[in-house]
Design a binder for this molecule. Structure first.
Ligand code: GTP
Ligand code: MG
Length: 197
């Protein structure tokens, strides 16, 4: 897929204020600092489109980016960020859950996983929750530039195994790096394919 345009549309916490649910959209979620916003910038080839930071907790709202006037990329706050207040964390959990379970135009949840790490309980639990909600999702392993391909493959194999404790089959997996663009074509082709159905 060729990206001709990618534009920031709005930031929200209330689903009543989101853009009309008339175009397909793809939500990017995962632990704080896993690289959601960086991946959105890499996919759109637009540095600075989504705000990134070395400090976890940067993205705090539901951010809609319209691509090719045709579909949305949605940047979400991360989960598992320890250094926010309990009430703020509960707010985030609530509006993210509301968004994920009520957004009719949501085609697929892109769950980002740090490829450097062994399976983390919080990620596996989040996938299980998506399964309970009946939401389609794929796994996007991030920061693949940071270690050897062997290490990445080992961590992915372990993650798949952890999911097989609850799922009959594992979802599609993508290996990405926002540093060097690995996985860009694969993720965009996947989205293109879903948009076409
Ligand atoms: P929150 O919005 O805080 O939840 O974080 P996020 O998941 O949006 O992460 P963000 O894109 O802001 O990236 C966090 C840090 O990781 C930044 O310092 C990025 O430069 C770095 N980073 C993200 N993706 C990659 C990658 O593929 N490779 C490398 N080497 N660094 C990355
Ligand atoms: Mg972010």
């Amino acid at each position: 897929m060729i990206i001709k345009t990618a534009d920031f549309i709005c930031s929200n916490t209330q689903i009543s204020k989101l853009p009309p649910a008339e175009k397909p959209e793809y939500a990017f979620i995962g632990r704080s600092n896993v690289g959601k916003s960086s991946l959105i910038n890499m996919l759109t080839a637009k540095k600075g489109l989504a705000k990134t930071s070395q400090t976890p907790g940067k993205t705090q709202l539901i951010n809609h980016f319209l691509v090719n006037d045709n579909w949305y990329l949605v940047d979400l706050p991360g989960y598992g960020y320890a250094r926010i207040s309990k009430s703020k964390k509960e707010d985030w959990d609530k509006f993210i859950r509301n968004y994920l379970t009520k957004r009719e135009s949501l085609q697929c949840v892109m769950v980002l996983i740090d490829s450097r790490l062994e399976p983390q309980k919080i990620d596996v639990e989040f996938c299980n929750k998506l399964g309970e909600w009946g939401l389609p999702f794929v796994l996007v392993f991030t920061k693949a530039d940071k270690q050897s391909n062997t290490k990445t493959d080992q961590n992915i194999a372990k993650f798949k195994k952890a999911l097989l404790a609850t799922f009959e089959e594992v979802p599609d997996c993508f290996i990405t790096s926002s540093e060097n663009g690995i996985g860009r074509d694969e993720v965009l082709n996947f989205i293109d394919g879903v948009n076409a159905t």
